[in-house]
Design a protein around this ligand. Structure first.
Ligand code: SF4
Ligand code: SF4
Length: 350
């Protein structure tokens, strides 16, 4: 077996959709995984109560990273949540006991209804998480967001592949690291990342290649030291995620000849201790067009949540009882969540 490869850089890419790549088709992605000589994902999963209401407000992003599982980018204006769907999300939220609203994209901040949605969730007493790529905070309409978030106590969960410039720029494009550090400094300046429970700043790491995320706790220590000493930046916690074998990361795995090796790595590292904490068990994921999913990864593969009567679930006819009785849709991509220490929106699981 060859040594695991790293993502080649330093340029970012463009969306699969804009390149008319065959892998822009989610069916083609699923077929690609199905063709591999591997065992299938074994366990049947059932949902518990909804704790996290995750809303993906669209695929528009100011960046176009190679590992992106969303196929997001500056060209993805085709996939943006409307105000009508935002209001349907709020009405559905009111029917659940979810205490956390997790906003993701693309760059969620670029949706024109983002601030309205945040304000409505805060007014409902929800803890709001913004999944932020950092660099968006330097773009024109978003420059005031650090202060705006601080006033509302929004938790900011930021992707930063690595505390070293080279690793981050390899994955996200040249110059990304410098802009990310500038954005982190702005968040620090308004009180984020300094231990205040209302101003939590969490960083998200994912590996720059065909290997599993390292030990979360020791990485957090190393990153805190590295960012503080070299850049004067502080943060509260680090979460480490495995790269999911879907979308642009799947494309890279395939084109670099790493697909079989990476999938074997995930399957061989299957850890049943991660099952109880899988995010699909306590999260409901809403797509930009109102379709409902068990998680953000199923959303990107268009594997819709199915009610017990077999109908695909949609926010416009939100039915918490029917959703509670569903089975979670799984596939080989799920090995990305159960490998090693596990991987979820909240980080390692075991
Ligand atoms: S910043 Fe996030 S959503 Fe945007 S292209 Fe990169 S990985 Fe995808
Ligand atoms: S991808 Fe992960 S979170 Fe989604 S259904 Fe599979 S195991 Fe659950």
């Amino acid at each position: 077996m060859n040594a695991p490869e790293r993502l080649a850089g330093p340029r970012a890419t463009t969306s699969l959709v804009s390149r008319h790549s065959p892998l822009a088709s989610t069916e083609r992605q699923l077929e690609t995984l199905a063709r591999l000589k591997l065992k299938n994902f074994p366990p049947a999963l059932r949902p518990a109560d909804i704790e996290i209401f995750q809303i993906n407000v669209g695929k528009l992003c100011n960046m176009a990273c190679k590992h992106c599982h969303v196929d997001a980018g500056p060209d993805r204006t085709d996939a943006m949540m409307s105000r009508e769907t935002v209001d349907l999300c709020l009405a559905a939220l009111d029917q659940t006991g979810a205490k956390v609203v997790d906003l993701t994209g693309g760059a969620p901040e670029l949706n024109p209804h983002f601030r309205y949605l945040v304000d409505e969730c805060v007014a409902r007493g929800k803890r709001v998480i913004d999944r932020c790529n950092l660099t968006v905070l330097l773009t024109g309409p978003c420059r005031d967001l650090p202060e705006w978030f601080a006033v509302r106590g929004v938790e900011v969960v930021c992707s930063l592949p690595h505390y070293r410039r080279r690793n981050t720029d390899l994955q996200r494009g040249a110059g990304t690291f410098e802009r990310s550090i500038e954005a982190l400094k702005r968040l620090n300046a308004v009180g984020y990342g300094r231990g205040h429970p209302r101003l939590r700043l969490t960083l998200v790491h994912n590996p720059a290649g065909a290997f599993l995320a390292g030990d979360q706790k020791s990485m957090e220590r190393e990153w805190k030291q590295g960012l503080a000493e070299n850049h004067g930046v502080t943060f509260d916690a680090l979460i480490a995620l495995n790269n999911m074998p879907i979308s642009r990361f799947l494309e890279w795995l395939q084109s670099s000849g790493n697909l079989e090796q990476y999938m074997a790595l995930l399957v061989n590292a299957y850890n049943p201790a991660t099952l109880a904490g899988l995010m699909c068990r306590t999260t409901l994921s809403v797509g930009w067009d109102g379709r409902l999913y068990d998680c953000d990864f199923n959303q990107m593969l268009e594997l819709e949540a199915r009610r017990p009567d077999g109908r695909a679930a949609h926010i416009r006819d939100f039915d918490p009882a029917a959703l509670a009785a569903r089975s979670i849709v799984t596939g080989r991509h799920c090995f990305g969540c159960t490998a090693g220490a596990g991987s979820s929106c909240g980080g390692a699981l075991a």
